[in-house]
Design a protein around this ligand. Structure first.
Ligand code: AMP
Ligand code: MN
Ligand code: MN
Ligand code: MN
Length: 282
């Protein structure tokens, strides 16, 4: 079995269509793939159809939340993506996302980019949710940044000229929606937030209190000591453990579907639960 429970298609800021993502995951030996596009579930039906009889698709969504004025990502896994709560969530986030994307576009226009919003939308999948990741690709393709990272550092990061802050839903609201949709709430990439260990522990305490179920313990390009540290935190706080590449495109060689996502033996994987059993090979 090879699980990868965090990746993106062109329904948000990935470059592959859901069907192309499925083919890549199959070639790489993934048996269980969760599609977790940002604040939407628009790619899941296509992924389910493409994977039918060949690989398990776990319906998911990476939810943008705000905790103490910081942007925190909560991965919803094993959800009923057609449930009313998810439909309502996607509609509400879409309003925030669209307002923000338009505001970022306006700031980029002032920096000399013509039709930034319309052209960024045109580069994404039809009806895609637009994130800063999409804008970074647009800025790079315009030759106005050396790399995607440079586009963030020059324009898109907090404090830079095209940054727009948004208040997303709270972590409590996210876990509540996820549970109502029958899923598990997992804190995505806990080591990627600019938090001290003390602040990270505060986040984990609050996430646990909010009903959070798990932590993403294994990711690609991770130092072994970080994976071990996250596994310890799972045990300490009573969280399940998840795995995810956070694959977006082929550009980063060491971030690929199913790559290097082994869990330390002491943790309980998110798939060893009632929710996970529904996607087991039996
Ligand atoms: P947003 O949710 O609109 O704020 O955009 C967040 C997305 O931007 C993330 O999911 C990543 O795909 C991407 N991202 C954020 N920071 C960076 C960075 N430094 N380099 C490359 N991509 C980034
Ligand atoms: Mn992204
Ligand atoms: Mn994320
Ligand atoms: Mn992600």
């Amino acid at each position: 079995m090879s699980y990868d429970l965090h990746c993106h298609s062109n329904a948000s800021d990935g470059t592959l269509s859901p069907a192309e993502l499925v083919e890549r995951a199959l070639k790489r030996g993934v048996t269980h793939l969760a599609l977790t596009d940002h604040d939407c579930v628009g790619g899941i039906d296509e992924a389910l159809k493409a994977a039918e009889g060949r690989m398990h698709i776990i319906p998911g969504c990476e939810m943008s939340t705000t905790w103490n004025n910081r942007q925190i990502h909560v991965a919803a896994l094993f959800i009923n993506h057609k449930s009313q709560v998810i439909t309502d969530f996607v509609a509400a986030q879409n309003v925030r996302r669209t307002e923000r994307a338009i505001a970022i576009g306006e700031k980029l226009e002032k920096a000399g980019f013509k039709d930034a919003y319309a052209r960024t939308k045109a580069q994404a999948g039809a009806g895609a949710v637009i994130t800063r990741g999409n804008y970074a690709r647009f800025i790079f393709s315009e030759g106005r940044a050396q790399s995607i990272d440079d586009a963030f550092n020059t324009y898109l990061k907090s404090g830079k000229r095209a940054y727009v802050s948004t208040v997303w839903i709270s972590i409590e609201e996210a876990t509540d929606i996820i549970h109502k949709a029958g899923g598990l709430a997992v804190l995505a990439h806990p080591r990627r937030y600019p938090l001290t260990n003390t602040k990270l522990r505060q986040l984990l305490t609050d996430f646990k209190d909010a009903g959070g179920d798990g932590l993403e313990v294994a990711s690609c390009q991770q130092r072994p000591c970080d994976r071990q540290f996250l596994a310890q935190l799972c045990q300490k706080y009573g969280f399940l453990a998840s795995v995810g590449s956070d694959f977006h495109n082929e550009a980063i060689r060491f971030r690929d579907l199913g790559l290097h996502l082994e869990l330390p033996p002491e943790v309980t994987p998110v798939w060893r639960t009632e929710q996970g059993q529904r996607f087991d090979f039996t």
